[in-house]
Design a protein around this ligand. Structure first.
Ligand SMILES: [Zn+2]
Length: 126
């Protein structure tokens, strides 16, 4: 997948988030307060990344999941940018930046995948 193809296909914000690790402003994304049943996939390559049943309401203003779609769809990378120690979350297939994962999610998972809505597509379940 070429970057020039992605640039023409994605919105400017989606391109900057997935390719340049930008962050969408909180409370603006399509999915931060969205709870329909379905599957979330990578906006760049279409890989399945998250399920609606693993999504939970958080006050952060970003889409929050306690688990990924499976153990093999997400890559976690240490991110020490901006003077913070965070774990970056990427699509393992195409390396698109999705967001970060924190350890303050709900029991018993204790994980909170904090994901930019523009990095995701939603496929509604029938
Ligand atoms: Zn991808």
């Amino acid at each position: 997948m070429r970057k020039s193809d992605l640039k023409s296909r994605l919105s400017e914000l989606a391109f900057n988030v997935t390719q340049n690790s930008a962050t969408e402003p909180p409370f603006t994304g399509r999915f931060f307060n969205f709870f329909e049943h379905g599957t979330y996939s990578c906006v760049c390559c279409g890989s399945n990344l998250f399920k609606s049943c693993d999504k939970f309401k958080s006050s952060t203003g970003w889409a929050s999941f306690h688990s990924a779609f499976n153990d093999e769809c997400i890559e976690e990378v240490v991110d020490n940018s901006f003077g913070m120690h965070r774990i970056e979350v990427r699509c393992i297939n195409c390396k698109a930046h999705l967001g970060h994962v924190f350890d303050d999610g709900p029991e018993p998972y204790n994980r909170r995948y904090c994901i930019n809505s523009v990095a995701l597509n939603f496929i509604k379940n029938d």
